[in-house]
Write a protein that binds this ligand. Sequence first.
Ligand code: GLP
Length: 222
Amino acid sequence: MITIEYLKNYDEMSQYVATLVGKLIDVGTPLNLGTPTGGTPIGMYKKLVNTGLNWNNVHTFNLDEYVGIDKKHPQSYHKFMWDNLHAYVGLNPYKIHFPHLEYDMEIEALGGLDLTILGIGTNGHIAFNEPGSSFSSVTRIVNLSQQTIMDNSRFFDSINQVPTQAITMGLHTIMKSRQVILMGQGEKKLDILKRALWGMVTEDIPASILQYHPNLRVFYCD
Ligand code: GLP
């Protein structure tokens, strides 16, 4: 059974994951990092950018982006990444990658993902792979579920402003990453983490595919 590693609080979880990532960056060999958005990883990014690490060996590959809003929109994931990571670490723009329809080919051509960090949606989505997503899916445009639109409306002025579509890495794309870290915070997330990791593997709970990943660590805090 997959272990869910409990950390004392959000600060500790953020620090713990940032330290793991920092160690990989510090090795200095090329590192292709799958980078998440959402509320959960913000603390980890804060810790990471305060360590004075040299990011010269790193390429970042975002998991997903909304369709239908401009890159400069305050809630775009381009903007999120700039505000939380890219503005601080001096990455050359050609090392910053966002999903497009040939993303899987681009990732492979650059050596594949070494580590992908994930959050989880309350309905078990990872990146924007909503319930019903095929386990063999690759990067594509998807419709967001009502649940996700509702959950993410807290970041927008009103629910009507939440995009209804996104472009996301597929489940197959994520599974090919050599290492995966999944983070969750709060009771709502503990419930879905347990169902995803300890229940049946089913496309109705996209994160359940991670049960088959050979190098997965899962962190949770209240
Ligand atoms: C968003 C993102 C996911 C993220 C999830 C959870 O919709 N597309 O990559 O993991 O929802 O977000 P949060 O951490 O804010 O709960």
